[in-house]
Design a protein around this ligand. Structure first.
Ligand code: PRT
Ligand code: MG
Length: 212
């Protein structure tokens, strides 16, 4: 049995065509069914539905053989025990620094002010500002980062941006592009060895099906 961990929403949706290319079709839609284990048309393949940030953990411990997770999530997790053979080029967005429209970020940085930065991506933010030599106090949030600068919790946020509509709707502007983000296939290292004859052909098909 091959178990693939993925999250509902955009990753599930954008993964379906790749699974399809490998002849894998879930027998149910996870949104209405609320089931956490989905069978597929292939008796030897099942999908498990987990929180996006939990995907690397399930794969690391071998509870799933394969997983699909954003680079944002993998960077925070650290990638221990995970083989990352393939950028699937799906669920693309950018990791950015954003502030209120009227906040003068450049001069705050120039003057060496200590910035308060709210984010779910503490590791990514720490590395980014350390590399720039900017002193920051990091405030860990679990969602809706865009609110933090509006109510004075922080000066800046580090968050994902795709269309930019959320920033715009909340009178925020992006001031730095930290990195380009897309979702990656991750494989448990022991599974790759023990189930090589099943997993390797899947990797080959996924890699051909990826659109660049
Ligand atoms: O939602 P939940 O708390 O369960 O978990 P999650 O937010 O980690 O999962 P999910 O399913 O929302 O996102 C899964 C993955 O999709 C992320 O790990 C990213 O790799 C990727 N992705 C791609 C995004 C976005 N685009 C994105 N726009 N994840 C989140 N967003 C959010 C962003 O945080 C911001 O709040 O959408 C908002 C901005 O979108 P725009 O279009 O208004 O700019
Ligand atoms: Mg989300």
């Amino acid at each position: 049995m091959i178990t693939i961990a993925l999250s509902k929403g955009r990753i599930f949706e954008e993964t379906l065509p790749l699974l399809q290319a490998a002849g894998i079709r879930p027998t149910e839609d996870p949104e209405p069914s609320r089931k956490l284990i989905l069978s597929t048309n292939r008796p030897d393949v099942r999908l498990i539905i987990v929180r996006a940030s939990d995907v690397p953990t399930y794969v690391q411990y071998g509870a799933a053989d394969l997983g699909i997770a954003g680079k944002d999530v993998l960077d925070e997790h650290g990638g221990i025990g995970l083989y990352q053979p393939l950028d699937l080029n799906i669920a693309r967005c950018r990791m950015m620094v954003a502030v209120r429209n009227e906040f003068d970020y450049d001069s705050a940085v120039r003057q060496g002010a200590r910035l308060r930065v709210a984010t779910k991506y503490v590791q990514t933010a720490r590395e980014h500002f350390a590399a720039k030599g900017v002193h920051v106090d990091l405030i860990k949030l679990y969602g809706s980062m865009e609110l933090a600068p509006l109510v004075g919790l922080s000066d800046a946020i580090v968050d994902l941006v795709s269309s930019g509509n959320t920033l715009k709707a909340n009178h925020l502007k992006a001031v730095e592009n930290i990195s380009a983000i897309s979702s990656r296939l991750v494989v448990n290292q022991a599974s790759l060895k023990l189930k090589h004859s099943t997993i390797q052909p899947m990797l080959d098909i996924f890699s051909k099906a990826v659109t660049q």
